[in-house]
Design a binder for this molecule. Structure first.
Ligand code: SF4
Ligand code: SF4
Ligand code: SF4
Length: 297
C-alpha cells in the first residue's frame, strides 16, 4: 500500500513536519495545540491486556477482563475479527485474522463532553487530560449524550453516582510519570508524549512502512483532533471506528442542544425516572426473593 503524494502531504501537515504546499494539504488546526497524549499502534498490539490490567490495578478496580468501558473499566481491549487474512506485524500469520484495539477516552482537543456540561465538571487541561470534578457534577449526563465515542459512564448503582472515564492518569503526569497503561505495554504499541511529537512519529512510521500502514492517523483531525492517536494496518472503518466530522463538536453540540432544550431536559428527567424505576424494581425483586427464601426454610 503506497502513499499518494496528496496523502503524504496531508500526513506531513497533520504531523507538523513543516511541509508547506499551499492548496495541497488541509491545515491541521489541532496539530499546534499543546498537551500530551498517547499514540496507539494497532499493528503492534498483540492483545495481551497488560495495559488494561495496569489501569485497573493503578486505579483500584477489580482486575478482570472487560468487554466494554465501564465505571471500573476506563480502558479495555476490543477484538476485531477480519474478513481477510492480513499478517500481523508482531504475530505474523498467527495473528492474521484479527486485530486487538485499545479503547479509552480520546481526550479531545475541544471536547464535546466538556462543552455540554452546564457546570464545567469536565474540562480540558492545558497539559492534555480531560478531567472530571465530581464536586461540581449535577448528574445530568449531558456529557454522555454529547461524546462522539460513547466514553463517559455513569455509576447507576451507586448511592452518590459519578461520571467515570479515563483521566489520562493526570495525577501521575503531575509527578512526571507516564500513564500506567503505557508503562505496562511490552510491545511498544503505546507511546506517550507531546501530541505534536506523536503525530510526527506516526507519520514517520507510515512513511517507513508504506506497504503495511493505512496512510492516515485517526485523531489527527477527527472532531478537531484528539490526544489519543491511532495508527493501523487495517482501515479504521473495519476496526469499527466511527466516521466523525473533522470540525470540533462543541459548536455542533450547542447548536443542537440550544435548539432543543426541552428535549435535553426531558432526556435528563427521563433517565432519572428510569433509574429510580430500575432501582425500585431491583429492591422489590430482592425483598420478594428474601421473603420466598424465608418461607421455604
Ligand atoms: S472522547 Fe468523549 S469523554 Fe473523552 S474527551 Fe472526547 S468527548 Fe470527552
Ligand atoms: S491513561 Fe491511565 S486512566 Fe487512562 S487508560 Fe491509561 S492507565 Fe487507564
Ligand atoms: S499492553 Fe500493549 S500489546 Fe498488550 S494489549 Fe495493551 S496495547 Fe496491546
Amino acid at each position: 500500500m503506497g502513499l499518494t503524494r496528496r496523502e503524504f502531504l496531508q500526513l506531513a501537515a497533520a504531523s507538523g513536519l513543516g511541509v508547506t504546499v499551499l492548496g495541497a494539504a488541509r491545515p491541521a488546526r489541532a496539530a499546534s495545540k499543546a498537551g500530551v497524549g498517547i499514540l496507539i499502534d494497532v499493528a503492534r498490539c498483540v492483545g495481551c491486556r497488560s495495559c488494561e490490567m495496569a489501569c485497573k490495578k493503578y486505579h483500584g478496580f477489580p482486575e478482570e477482563e472487560s468487554a466494554d468501558l465501564g465505571p471500573q473499566a476506563w480502558t479495555y481491549i476490543r477484538t476485531v475479527r477480519l474478513n481477510r487474512a492480513t499478517p500481523h506485524l508482531q504475530l505474523g500469520e498467527a495473528g492474521a485474522l484479527q486485530r486487538t484495539v485499545k479503547i479509552q477516552c480520546r481526550h479531545c482537543v475541544e471536547p464535546a463532553c466538556a462543552s455540554a456540561c452546564p457546570v464545567a465538571a469536565l474540562r480540558k487541561t492545558p497539559e492534555g487530560p480531560v478531567t472530571y470534578d465530581p464536586g461540581r457534577c449535577l448528574g445530568c449526563r449531558y456529557c454522555m449524550v454529547a461524546c462522539p465515542f460513547q466514553v463517559p459512564r455513569f455509576e447507576w448503582h451507586d448511592r452518590m453516582p459519578e461520571i467515570r472515564k479515563c483521566n489520562l492518569c493526570a495525577e501521575r503526569l503531575v509527578e512526571g510519570t507516564p500513564p500506567a497503561c503505557v508503562e505496562a505495554c511490552p510491545m511498544e504499541a503505546l507511546q506517550f508524549g507531546p501530541r505534536e511529537q506523536l503525530l510526527a512519529e506516526a507519520a514517520r512510521r507510515i512513511s517507513n512502512d508504506r506497504s503495511r500502514y493505512v496512510p492516515a492517523i485517526y485523531g489527527a483531525e477527527e472532531v478537531g483532533g484528539t490526544a489519543i492517536l491511532y495508527l493501523s494496518d487495517i482501515p479504521f472503518e473495519e476496526l469499527g471506528f466511527p466516521v466523525v466530522v473533522r470540525e470540533p463538536l462543541p459548536s455542533y453540540t450547542w447548536r443542537a442542544l440550544g435548539k432543543i432544550p426541552g428535549v435535553v431536559v426531558g432526556l435528563g428527567a427521563t433517565l432519572t425516572v428510569l433509574e429510580a424505576v430500575i432501582r425500585r424494581r431491583m429492591e422489590l425483586n430482592g425483598s420478594a426473593r428474601r421473603k420466598e427464601e424465608r418461607e421455604q426454610r
